[in-house]
Write a protein that binds this ligand. Structure first.
Ligand code: AMP
Ligand code: MG
Length: 277
């Protein structure tokens, strides 16, 4: 994200970077479904190569997809779609809710450090350290003197992690207030979705503008070279899935993980196996 990006100027229904009309065709939802499934297979290949190289201790590389959004922003759906081809055994997914009593006894980054993916793994953060400058700020859960220091603390933390082999893909799924209303209504109308509804969601919704301001500040102050933010328009689920999958593909292509060279003589092992019957 460029430092002068204004959240309010990004259209949540937009589809930036989408290939031309001919490629997408008349049914973008169908196109996206096929495309995202294909990209996810590619991601699985990258994931396996990164996992394999870490097993030999040859790399400390790891990738973290960090998702933030207003309620109903589509974090769970995004994870389900982009990771569909990947191996759960090479992945650690963590959701961050209100801190437990134990977590509250530590610095706000304590639980985040513990949840980071190990070398070779792909990590998923459903919410993150940013909640400590979002909900915490909007509801004055700590004083301004405390939360205002956290942007620098987060930048320092992320730079340190990046130097240690962590590649962060920080994504804000940007939905409109109207789309959130529709999705909240869906959660009330569909008994199978009632469980996703929380009466507290309306309290948060009432603070929409405060949240947008808090997001704007987090995006501006914590979009660094080591860990940039990406704002993905997310009113259209098919676009959102494609955009996040594509971001991950680009990230892995840059990382270019490779299978490690075997530390044994392959031909000699084959000969031994065959001779042993
Ligand atoms: P959900 O993602 O729907 O399960 O909701 C989790 C809730 O936990 C959201 O309302 C978050 O804003 C809230 N939450 C996450 N991290 C924190 C935090 N550090 N302090 C207070 N609330 C938090
Ligand atoms: Mg919720």
């Amino acid at each position: 994200m460029r430092p002068d990006t204004r959240l309010a100027e990004i259209d949540p229904r937009g589809t930036p970077g989408l290939p031309g009309g001919k490629t997408v065709g008349k049914d973008p939802k169908r196109w996206s479904k096929t495309e995202v499934a294909a990209i996810s297979q590619e991601l699985a290949g990258y994931q396996e190569r990164m996992f394999a190289s870490a097993k030999e201790g040859a790399t400390d590389k790891r990738v973290l997809l960090l998702l933030q959004a207003m309620d109903c922003g589509g974090k769970d759906g995004t994870v389900r779609n982009v990771t569909q081809g990947m191996s759960p055994a090479g992945m650690t997914a963590v959701s961050f809710g209100p801190p437990s009593e134990e977590e509250r006894r530590h610095d706000f980054l304590w639980r985040v450090r513990r949840a980071l993916p190990a070398p070779g793994y792909v990590g998923i953060f459903n919410r993150s350290q940013y909640e400590d400058v979002l909900i915490v700020r909007v509801h004055d859960l700590v004083g301004e003197d405390v939360w205002s220091q956290r942007y620098d603390a987060i930048n320092e933390f992320e730079a340190e992690q990046a130097a240690g082999g962590l590649t962060m893909v920080k994504v804000m799924l940007h939905i409109s207030k109207g789309e959130q209303k529709q999705r909240l209504l869906d959660r009330l109308d569909d008994p199978a979705k009632n469980w996703k509804y929380n009466p507290g969601d309306l309290t948060e919704r009432a603070r929409w503008d405060d949240y947008q301001q808090a997001y704007q500040d987090a995006l501006t102050r914590c979009s660094t070279a080591a860990a940039p933010w990406h704002v993905v328009p997310a009113d259209r689920k098919w676009y959102r899935n494609w955009a996040v999958a594509t971001l991950l593909r680009e990230t892995f292509a840059d990382l270019d993980p490779r299978y490690p060279a075997p530390d044994f003589d392959v031909d000699a092992e084959r000969a031994k196996l065959l001779a042993a019957g």
